[in-house]
Design a protein around this ligand. Sequence first.
Ligand SMILES: Nc1ncnc2c1ncn2[C@@H]1O[C@H](COP(=O)(O)OP(=O)(O)OP(=O)(O)O)[C@@H](O)[C@H]1O
Ligand SMILES: [Mg+2]
Length: 312
Amino acid sequence: MTENTIEVKNLVKTFGKFRAVDDISFYIPQGEIFGLLGPNGAGKTTTIRMLIGLLRPDSGSAHVLGFDVRKKPEEVKKRIGYMSQKFSLYNDLTVRENLDFYAAIYNNMPFRQRRERVDEMLEMVELGHIQRSQTRSLSGAWRQRLALACAIIHRPKMLFLDEATAGVDPVARRQFWDLIYRLASEGISVLATTHYMDEADYCNTIAMMYQGRLISLASPDTIKESLPGTLLQIDLGDPLEAQKVLINDPRVLNVSIQGMQLHVTVKKESDINAIQRLLNKANLPPNTIEIIQPSLEDAFTSLVSQQRVLDQ
Ligand SMILES: Nc1ncnc2c1ncn2[C@@H]1O[C@H](COP(=O)(O)OP(=O)(O)OP(=O)(O)O)[C@@H](O)[C@H]1O
Ligand SMILES: [Mg+2]
C-alpha cells in the first residue's frame, strides 16, 4: 500500500493514432483536492476513465488506493466514488429509495446499517425533509446533492468528480464545494474536473492539461505568481478591435477579452503610457488602464497561449 491515494506515472492512451493522454505523471496525497483542468478535448475524462478502471492504459502505470488499475480494475471500482455531469438517478424512485438502492448495490450491508447510512447521507446533504419526494421533481441543485450522496454511500476513500457542478447555479456550486471540503477533511481524496475557474481555487493542486499533456502542475497561488510579465486591465469601447492592435505589439505577451474588458499581459518594465498611446493612435482610446493581480483564468489563458506558440 502506498501513502498517496493516486500515483500516475507516464500514463498514455491512444485512440488509433491519436494520443488522447500523452505521458502524464502526478500523485494525489490522502485528503487532497486535486483539480484537473483544461480545454475541451484535453484528455481529462479519458484520464479519469483509466483511473476508475473503465479504460485500459496503453502504457505507463496508475495506482489507485494501492491497486494497479491495469491489473486490479475491479478492486479499484469497488473502492472509489464517481460522479459525472450525467449522473444517473432513478426518477421514479424517491430520494430515500435512490440512496437505498445505491447502498444495496455497492455492498451487502445488513438492513439496519444500511438504514443508518442512508439517514447519515440525507443529513449530510440536507435532503432529509424531502426524502419521500419523487426524484423527478427535484431542482438541479438538489439532484446534484443527491447524486453526490449516492456516489459516496459506500464510504469510498477516493472520489472522482467529472464536471459534477456543470449547469448548477453559483450558490449551489458553493454549497456543493463546502460538502467536498468536508469530505476531504475527513481524509477522502478528490480528483475534480471543472470548467469553472472559481472552483479551481478550491483545489490544493491544479494540473492543467492541454492536448493530452500536463502543461502545469502546482498550487493555485504558485500558478498565479508564475504568470510572466505584468497584467493590465483595460476598459475601452471596442475590446475586439483593440485586441487585434495589441496582439502585434512586441511588448505584449498575451491578450484576452474578459467580460467587457481586455486583460493584457505585457513584458515586465514595459511603458504603460506607450500602450495608451498605441490605442489612442488606433482610435481606440481607453477609459482606464490599471495594473491588476492575475486570476487563475488569466494564468490559464496565458499558459495555453504560450503552449500554442510553442506548438507552432
Ligand atoms: N472512445 C474514443 N474514441 C476515439 N476518440 C476518443 C474517445 N474518447 C475520447 N476521444 C477523444 O480524445 C480526446 C480527449 O477526450 P476527453 O473526453 O478525455 O476530453 P476532456 O478533456 O474530458 O474534454 P471536455 O472538457 O470536453 O469534457 C478528444 O479529442 C476525444 O474526441
Ligand atoms: Mg470530459
